[in-house]
Design a protein around this ligand. Structure first.
Ligand code: SF4
Ligand code: SF4
Length: 91
């Protein structure tokens, strides 16, 4: 550290976590309209992350922590019931 650095600059750089590539890629999330889903499983077969499954043969459910928001499931869904949304803060 040099004597030129002000304490506020040092505090800001120490306290803020820099955005990593993974954070940026996971800004979006697949959301299923369960009332429209026909539980066909097409989305399950097309998800590269294994992030979506058919829950008890009733509707597709997304594992938030695995989904990267790529949209492949939404493009293949015959019922058009998957939307890609921005993740809310902390999700
Ligand atoms: S592809 Fe669409 S209709 Fe089929 S299980 Fe997935 S969300 Fe439901
Ligand atoms: S958006 Fe991509 S990662 Fe997320 S459930 Fe759909 S296919 Fe899987």
């Amino acid at each position: 550290m040099t004597n030129d650095e002000s304490p506020s600059i040092i505090a800001a750089s120490a306290g803020e976590r820099p955005r990593q590539g993974k954070d940026i890629a996971m800004k979006k999330l697949a959301v299923v309209d369960r009332g429209v889903c026909v539980a066909c499983g097409v989305c399950v077969k097309n998800c590269p992350k294994g992030a979506i499954s058919v829950y008890r043969g009733c509707y597709a459910a997304v594992a938030d922590e695995k989904c990267v928001g790529c949209g492949l499931c939404a493009r293949q869904c015959p019922a058009g019931c998957i939307a890609i949304r921005e993740r809310s803060e902390g999700k």
